[in-house]
Design a binder for this molecule. Structure first.
Ligand SMILES: C[S@@+](CC[C@H](N)C(=O)[O-])C[C@H]1O[C@@H](n2cnc3c(N)ncnc32)[C@H](O)[C@@H]1O
Length: 300
């Protein structure tokens, strides 16, 4: 455990990867490095680990280890980077999606409703889109869609209209200004839940989280070797649905493809019947584990 991030379901993820000491592994969400350090413990001198993180702060957590290569990029570029590093085919890939505790806890990053800061919410500090731009430049229809789909907010249409009206007077630049602009719409007694949904929606849009996840999942199949493991942990239903469908069908919607003889053609096989969730004990120690869903698959 570190102040940066307390890794969730550490042992279950490591078991899911089924680590071979000489294998090649990829942790696409290095963060505080909790999962990566555990993978390194299981690897022998010839094993390799590639670790991705788009947040440059994560690099402060890198252990000195010749077996580890860090890639400061979005995991939507998984395949090209693995190819460049000679890491295809890989034995296992781990993704622990979403933001780290560090990102939430740094006031100036603008991810948290607890602090006042610029509306930023970029995981990649060099990224071009900020939450401020989304709130101030997106059309009412775009905002409605984002809040409805990514935030699952019931009054998404009114919320979008309110923001568009409020920003006519003055742009909405900070967390407090956003809270004030929408204060009349927040259900009494459910302030934190409602604001968390608004912030989740903006964060998903700013970081293009669902698009990146889809691209990553599709590429993971080309990176893994046969019987290689894909281990993905998600923290909200939109992500988990994509992961579940991709493992079950090799696609995000529609039915699984079949060959001429009616056999299913799908690149992955699920290892667990249902998503794995954290134990009560872990949830008591780490509240973040509460919403985690872990899915493990093997490449056919
Ligand atoms: C939940 S934390 C990972 C924590 C890590 N497993 C640990 O034990 O410390 C997620 C990390 O992945 C990074 N991340 C999220 N989406 C990413 C993406 N599309 N590409 C690269 N890094 C990403 C975030 O910047 C964050 O540091």
């Amino acid at each position: 455990m570190t102040d940066y991030h307390n890794p969730v379901m550490l042992q279950q993820c490591i078991e899911g990867l089924n680590i071979k000491p000489d294998g090649i592994y990829v942790d696409v969400t290095f963060g505080g490095g909790g999962h990566s350090r555990e993978i390194l413990k299981c690897l022998g001198p010839k094993g390799r680990l590639l670790a991705f993180d788009q947040d440059s702060d994560a690099q402060n957590n890198l252990p000195k280890d010749d077996r580890l290569t860090f890639i400061d990029q979005n995991f939507r570029y998984l395949k090209n980077n693995c190819r460049l590093q000679g890491a295809i085919p890989a034995d296992g890939i781990l993704a622990d999606l979403g933001v780290s505790s560090h990102q939430f806890d740094q006031p100036e990053r603008g991810f948290s409703i607890r602090f006042d800061a610029d509306l930023d919410m970029r995981m990649d500090q060099g990224g071009l889109l900020t939450a401020k731009q989304v709130v101030n430049t997106y059309s009412e229809e775009q905002l409605h869609r984002i809040f409805g789909i990514y935030g699952e907010i019931k009054n998404a249409k009114t919320l979008a209209q309110t923001l568009v009206n409020q920003r006519l007077n003055k742009s909405i630049d900070t967390v407090e200004e956003l809270k004030k602009a929408i204060s009349k719409l927040i259900p009494k007694g459910k302030e934190n839940k409602y604001l968390a949904q608004v912030f989740q929606a903006l964060r998903i849009e700013v970081n293009q989280e669902l698009e990146a996840l889809k691209e990553f999942l599709e590429q993971s199949v080309d990176v893994l070797k046969t019987q290689g493991r894909l281990v993905v942990m998600s923290y909200h239903s939109l992500e988990d649905r994509l992961v579940k469908n991709f493992i079950a069908k090799g696609k995000f919607q529609g039915e699984v493809e079949k060959d001429f003889f009616g056999n299913q053609i799908k690149p992955l096989e699920s290892i667990t019947r249902k998503a794995i969730v954290a134990s009560e004990e872990e949830i008591k120690l780490n509240n973040r584990a509460r919403s985690a869903k872990l899915r493990i698959a093997e490449k056919n």
